[in-house]
Design a protein around this ligand. Structure first.
Ligand code: MTE
Length: 310
């Protein structure tokens, strides 16, 4: 995306990748054995998720290997290099975790992550994941429709948009010391986009609880939009009547629009969006309108000039 100076992260804060990979193997082994070991908090969090396969999953595409999904990330609060989030996010505490629900709702409420997980069964949703930087992946997310939470909350008739705010914890997030974005990270959706059955809140991927670098414990996934819409580690969901400000749109409105629909016909001012590099591939492939989900979502934008509302 933009970016200026790389943060100077002390080597003491960086977990070597080999250690991280070993840790992951250990976690899987512990889960299989059902061992009641007393693991350090961040190790103990990754757990197998029961998830029925959703018919809304994308089929016929090769999944991006877990290693790439968890080590090639954007999470600027932990640094701007793709490897920074995996190296630096281990110290973020994701339990206890609450999400404040406020704004245009009958009853504002703060829900614990456990309450949120009880709202709807977790499903497996295989989605294309297209970053605005013109790379892509195919990820088997574990999550549930955002609409399940919205129905539970009962927004008022004035709620036209939903704003998502993510955690900004200076103690565990070295990137917050740099003004890459106007922290905390914020994103937004129009109400009908939020209610679309494809829009999910993810709590895992590849059948395991989300790693911190992927947005633990709760992140947004909107598969027809560029990846930056997918706010990670959400702490507040606010229902509002006017279009909310978003982190990237505020930082650079001419490059990152509010809608951010994947669109091969509208280039980013500094690069083409007509093609993308699927992580692991050598050659680039054509980008699909709405990331291939046009049948389900094109009607949301009927009559809108997508060059204006990019
Ligand atoms: N959420 C927060 N809080 N901070 C971020 O920097 N980056 C966004 C999005 N969500 C980001 C974020 C961008 S640019 C992308 S492409 C996706 O997360 C990347 O998700 P992934 O690392 O799980 O692939």
């Amino acid at each position: 995306m933009l970016i200026g100076k790389k943060p100077d992260i002390p080597s003491s804060e960086i977990t070597p990748k080999s250690l991280w990979l070993d840790r992951r193997r250990f976690m899987t082994g512990a889960a299989v054995l059902g061992a009641g070991l007393s693991l350090p908090r961040q190790w103990a969090q990754a757990a197998p998720l029961q998830a029925a396969k959703s018919p809304l999953s994308t089929t016929g595409e090769e999944l991006t290997p877990l290693k790439d999904v968890t080590t090639y990330n954007n999470y600027y609060e932990f640094g701007t290099d793709k490897s920074d989030p995996a190296a630096n996010a281990g110290g973020m505490k994701t339990r206890p975790w609450t999400v404040e629900i406020s704004g245009e709702v009958a009853k504002p409420v703060t829900l614990g992550i456990e309450d949120i997980l009880r709202l709807a069964p977790v499903e497996e949703r295989i989605y294309r994941h297209r970053c605005v930087e013109a790379w892509s992946m195919v990820i088997p997310w574990n999550g549930f429709p955002l609409s399940a939470l919205i129905k539970h909350i009962e927004p008022t008739s004035k709620a036209n948009f939903v704003e998502f705010t993510t955690i900004a914890d200076r103690a565990s997030m070295p990137g917050l010391a740099y003004p890459y974005l106007d922290w905390p990270y914020r994103e937004g959706l129009r109400m009908d986009e939020a209610m679309n059955p494809l829009t999910i809140l993810a709590v895992g991927l590849y059948g395991e609880t989300l790693e911190n670098q992927n947005g633990a414990p709760l992140r947004l996934v909107v598969p027809w939009k560029y990846g930056f819409k997918g706010a990670k580690s959400i702490v507040r969901i606010r229902f509002v009547s006017d279009q909310p400000a978003t982190a990237w749109n505020t930082a650079n409105p001419s490059e990152y629009g509010f809608y951010s629909n994947v669109n091969p016909n509208v280039d980013h001012p500094r690069w083409t969006q007509a093609k993308e590099r699927r992580i692991g591939d050598f050659l680039r492939r054509p980008t699909l309108m709405f990331n291939g989900y046009g049948e389900q979502v094109a009607n949301l934008y009927k009559g809108m000039d997508l060059k204006t509302y990019f």
